[in-house]
Design a protein around this ligand. Sequence first.
Ligand SMILES: CC(C)(COP(=O)(O)OP(=O)(O)OC[C@H]1O[C@@H](n2cnc3c(N)ncnc32)[C@H](O)[C@@H]1OP(=O)(O)O)[C@@H](O)C(=O)NCCC(=O)NCCS
Length: 149
Amino acid sequence: MAITIAPVLEDRRDDAIELAVLCFGEDYRNAAIKDFGAAYKEALYQPRTLGAWDGEKLIGLIQGMNALTYGNVECLAWLCVHPDYRGRDIAKTILKAAEDRAIRDRFHDKPGSFILSADTGPAYYNALGYEGSLMHHGDVAYMIKIYRP
Ligand SMILES: CC(C)(COP(=O)(O)OP(=O)(O)OC[C@H]1O[C@@H](n2cnc3c(N)ncnc32)[C@H](O)[C@@H]1OP(=O)(O)O)[C@@H](O)C(=O)NCCC(=O)NCCS
């Protein structure tokens, strides 16, 4: 079955939490509950979560976060793919879908920047066009990609 990219709505937030914990580890459970759980209800921290779907099964994630998003800057986090589905360009496809959405809905085709929270080594993000890491927020490093139309 083809993999499709579509928003993760609130009724599937538990699937998002479990996939994030599977990919990042049990230490991230509280952060995942905070970001994917209560966050659906907090206007200031409202996630715009996109998923990769194999039919009804959620197999990939990315979250657009308002917390660090302002002007033509889009902050993205929780990029992950189920272990059984890795190495098939799914992360690349999810990230591009999130970037395209920001370009269309927020940047309105003007220049902007993407900031991606980067728990993994830079090599992975370099492969996706990101550079850095330029800034730190707690234990998390961020990498950046400039969009020029
Ligand atoms: C990192 C992760 C999202 C990659 O998912 P994926 O769907 O297998 O990645 P893709 O197939 O889309 O690969 C995209 C590119 O990154 C490269 N890549 C993938 N994993 C990599 C790694 N661990 N290190 C370096 N490069 C990597 C691929 O070779 C590919 O590059 P290419 O287009 O030049 O060939 C997945 O392994 C994962 O969920 N890991 C655990 C969570 C995590 O660390 N997420 C990162 C956000 S903090």
